[in-house]
Design a protein around this ligand. Structure first.
Ligand SMILES: Cc1ncc(COP(=O)(O)O)c(C=O)c1O
Length: 370
């Protein structure tokens, strides 16, 4: 028998992620559309998105935060191409996105003094092998394997190198130790349920110092440039976004930020995500045919929750069947990850919707083996 109740919101995608509870297009009516983003009103909206983000995240006052093109990918690439090459680099990778950054540094930038520490889906490399007097590039939360770093204790607070952290599925869901992070990037389409296309980049004073003192040996397209003539392009961090942003997306990002403030800020966002992970863990605990991809609970992601199943066909079958029923969209494992399910547990997902989903997952499994 099909379960009687359905999730109110069937959106469990790991990006773009579910809109916040109560979201509607009507909430974007104040968008500064049809106006120049350089008008006073447009710039004020962009600056507001920056200010609200910094406050919500508890970013140190001397860090800079800017809106950049190309979503999180754009933000990470800007950092890699603008900052690397000044000293040796340690790269950490344990899933598709981290491996992509390794390929970029090794094959595109062709840096020679590079050490790469990699692990397979479900595990973390030994973080203590890194040397924070070299530059370190890593992903805080590996969205395709559901594995996150447990903390930043393996990074020295008084380091010589820069840490470049892709935090796109971690920001607004996990505590980020700012004193260990020099570059932090994310996109709007993840934890707060914003629209894609825009990225954000946070820079520590030491990252700014590197930008102002080091010129890479390779050319940089205008869209990636963070400094000019040995000076940081200050406007990027005040709302003078380099190329034209969508003011509709900006309004939507503001909507997400205001919602996050209203429910209690970062602690509330983290608590919602952790509650979602706990709910999924309880279901996994009572379900014999599925387990966490990450065996170690200390490194399990509460946002991109990745589960594995012995039967690859069944995994795809469950995801397809529940999408067809309109009960859950986009819950199949990432294409390069081991077969299984990936269920987003970020703050915009209601725990009650997950509770409503579990009986459907049990039902779909039974249907496939009938
Ligand atoms: C860890 C990580 N890095 C990078 C990206 C790419 O993000 P975007 O498509 O927003 O550039 C994603 C998207 O899921 C991600 O999860």
């Amino acid at each position: 028998m099909q379960p009687a109740a359905r999730p109110q919101n069937p959106q469990f995608s790991s990006g773009p992620c579910a809109k916040r509870p109560g979201w509607s297009l009507g909430g974007l009516e104040a968008a500064c559309v049809g106006r120049s983003h350089r008008s006073a009103e447009g710039k004020a909206k962009l600056a507001e998105a920056i200010d609200r983000s910094r406050k919500l995240l508890g970013m140190p006052a001397d860090y800079r935060l800017g809106i950049v093109p190309g979503s999180d990918t754009g933000a990470v690439e800007m950092a890699l191409w603008s900052l690397l090459g000044a000293r040796g680099v340690d790269l950490l990778a344990w899933e598709a996105f981290g491996k992509g950054w390794v390929a970029d540094v090794v094959q595109q930038l062709k840096l020679k003094d590079v050490r790469s520490f990699e692990a397979d889906y479900g595990a973390l490399p030994d973080l203590r092998q890194t040397d924070s007097d070299r530059d370190i590039v890593f992903t805080w939360n590996g969205t395709t394997s559901g594995v996150r770093v447990p903390n930043g204790d393996w990074i020295k607070p008084d380091r010589q190198g820069l840490t470049i952290c892709d935090a796109t599925s971690a920001a607004f869901a996990m505590n980020l130790p700012w004193d260990r992070l020099d570059v932090v990037t994310w996109s709007w389409q993840k934890v707060l349920g914003g629209e894609a296309a825009h990225g954000m980049i946070a820079l520590s004073p030491r990252a700014v110092a590197r930008l102002e003192s080091y010129k890479p040996a390779w050319p940089l397209p205008k869209i990636f440039q963070l400094s000019k003539g040995g000076k940081l392009i200050d406007g990027i961090f005040k709302g003078d976004t380099i190329n034209t942003p969508s003011m509709l997306c900006v309004e939507d990002a503001l909507d997400g930020l205001r919602w996050a403030e209203a429910i209690g800020g970062l602690p509330a966002l983290i608590a919602r995500s952790e509650a979602n992970l706990a709910a999924i863990a309880a279901w996994v605990g009572r379900t014999p045919w599925i387990e966490f991809l990450a065996a170690d609970a200390a490194i399990r992601s509460p946002t991109s929750v990745c589960l594995k199943m012995a039967d690859a066909k069944a995994a795809g079958g469950i995801a397809d069947l529940l999408a067809k029923e309109g009960v859950a969209y986009d819950i199949g494992a990432y294409r390069d990850a081991p077969p299984g399910l990936r269920i987003w547990g970020g703050a915009t997902v209601e725990t009650a919707d997950l509770q409503a989903l579990f009986p459907w997952l049990d039902w779909a499994w039974a249907e496939l083996y009938r």
